[in-house]
Design a protein around this ligand. Structure first.
Ligand SMILES: [Zn+2]
Length: 326
């Protein structure tokens, strides 16, 4: 069993109801559980329990922009890991070009020292994390789950990660231009593709300039990689036609999500795939007898993968649950 909890679904913009990026991946085996974090940009990390911190073994950092690596939350997480067990150990993965920067961050959090429980990449591992443009590599293994990576196309060195075991593959491309061959390769046959979707379609040029995606371009990556489900995240809602940054009602949030799905659907129509919307926050595609979905992710959504079924829990709607076959 494996679960992914989205700790933040917003982009670098200031949004009242979407925190910045972080994911909690819980990996279970018969008698053990390990936790891996992807990025540390979200204030919601503060809601993790002591028990969770004692299980954190990895932090996979995609890049060092503040909405993904906030020194306050990162330092707080590291200190909590240290306190949570007698023998703490956490390994960091990151673009090797940024190691000096990372060490500076950590020194600032620990009064000038780098504590021993934090493990950095070895020289071999660092070399491995330089890629050809369309290359993907296995970089780690945790609880019988392989971790693969590739480079994203962003303004600073950025890694994308995918988790893969015999039953399941989940891909996390955050902060990237869509259509990058290595990301489509990394995401090949994913059960769920968490793709960034920062800007609306009408700001496509702006998205390209700032090296981000739109709903429409994220759909292309999901289709080209033959992924089953697409979860759009890293949203800058204010770009989707809303008047005020701070006065958001639940209705506004839904309207934004509908707009995002509609824009994703425009692309699907172009790709001549039948499309229908069954709920405001979910689009369902019938494709060769195979049901695919597109979801717009919200903070604290939890995706549980168990026995070939995906259960999505949404806190905002009183933990409404639904099952999707994958
Ligand atoms: Zn970002």
């Amino acid at each position: 069993m494996l679960s992914v909890q989205v700790m933040g679904s917003g982009s670098a913009n200031i949004l009242q109801y979407r925190a910045k990026s972080a994911m909690v991946v819980r990996l279970y085996s018969d008698d053990d559980q390990s936790i891996a974090l992807i990025d540390c940009g979200s204030k919601n990390l503060l809601s993790l329990r002591k028990d969770d911190f004692s299980k954190i073994r990895r932090i996979y950092i995609t890049h060092t922009h503040l909405d993904h690596l906030n020194p306050v939350y990162f330092g707080w997480v590291l200190r909590k890991i240290k306190k949570a067990s007698d023998n703490p150990k956490v390994k960091l993965f990151y673009p090797p070009e940024k190691e000096r920067f990372l060490r500076l961050f950590i020194r600032a959090c620990f009064l000038g020292r780098i504590p021993r429980f934090i493990e950095f990449l070895s020289d071999d591992e660092k070399n491995q994390l330089f890629f050809q443009s369309d290359e993907i590599k296995k970089i780690d293994e945790i609880q019988n789950t392989e971790v693969w990576a590739c480079r994203a196309a962003h303004r600073t060195p950025t890694l994308c990660y995918a988790f893969k075991n015999p039953n399941l593959k989940i891909t996390f491309p955050v902060d990237t231009i869509a259509g990058f061959p290595s990301i489509q390769k990394l995401g090949q046959n994913s059960c769920i593709f968490f793709h960034e979707s920062t800007f609306p379609n009408k700001n496509k040029r702006w998205a390209q300039k700032s090296m981000h995606s739109t709903p429409s371009t994220a759909v292309i990556d999901a289709l080209r990689s033959n992924s089953n489900h697409l979860a759009l995240t890293h949203i800058a809602d204010m770009r989707f036609g809303h008047r005020s940054l701070f006065k958001k009602t639940p209705k506004d949030i839904e309207t934004t999500e509908e707009a995002i799905l509609k824009q994703a659907a425009e692309r699907l129509t172009l790709e001549s795939i039948p499309f229908q919307t069954k709920e405001s926050t979910k689009a369902i595609l019938e494709l060769k007898n195979h049901v695919r979905t597109i979801l717009v992710v919200r903070d604290l959504d939890t995706f549980v993968f168990k026995n070939k079924r995906l259960l999505v829990r949404r806190k905002a709607t009183n933990f409404r649950t639904r099952y999707i076959q994958y």
